[in-house]
Design a protein around this ligand. Structure first.
Ligand code: FMN
Length: 176
């Protein structure tokens, strides 16, 4: 049987993004026979226009999703919503159904107590519209994220256990 390949998408473009750190940690918790890559280039995807054919950057994004057996998204919340770059990229997949039946893990991380819960709820709604495969355990909101990281890594053991649970649930959804 072919090895499982997982794609990570960070909703943050910042070089030292806390969400990207979370994503990298999650990737390191996966079993060694599972391949994991983080998509680079969300900022190169042009504004969604259903009347336009896919540019190279859009085609690369869709191809990375199609190639993956499962997808993990970890995102910040901006102004109580999903970052525009992430929502824009996801909008390109509506017409071609690239995320249809794709197992997902959906995470929001925030320095605030709220854990980015508005963005998480909104993103889950979008991923429902896109037909992704998920269950009640597929979402995780991480409050006070900065207190759980040190030296560019997750240092909080409780959070590591929660990320491990996301990996386990995602793999179980993928093997269904
Ligand atoms: C313009 C702006 C708006 C923000 N709005 C929110 C918000 O609504 N909710 C929230 O939890 N954090 C908000 N934040 C804080 C982000 O969660 C914080 O900058 C976070 O570290 C960004 O994620 P990153 O570290 O992965 O880049 C906002 C930050 C900026 C710059």
């Amino acid at each position: 049987m072919k090895n499982i390949h997982i794609l990570g998408i960070s909703g943050s473009l910042r070089a030292d993004s806390t969400n990207t750190i979370i994503l990298k940690t999650l990737g390191s918790l996966l079993p060694s026979d599972i391949t994991f890559e983080i998509f680079e280039g969300l900022d190169e995807i042009q504004h969604f226009d259903p009347g336009h054919v896919d540019s190279d950057s859009v085609a690369r994004f869709k191809s990375a999703i199609r190639k993956a057996d499962a997808v993990v998204i970890c995102t910040p919340e901006y102004a109580f919503g999903v970052p525009g770059t992430l929502k824009n990229a996801l909008d390109w997949t509506v017409g071609t159904g690239d995320l249809n039946d794709k197992p997902v893990s959906v995470i929001s991380a925030s320095p605030l107590n709220s854990g980015g819960s508005h963005a998480l709820a909104s993103l889950l709604l979008t991923l429902t519209a896109l037909g992704t495969r998920k269950n009640e355990a597929s979402a995780l909101s991480i409050p006070n994220v900065k207190s759980k990281l040190s030296a560019g890594e997750v240092s909080n053991q409780e959070l590591i256990a929660l990320l491990q649970a996301q990996c386990d649930n995602l793999l179980s959804l993928t093997r269904q």
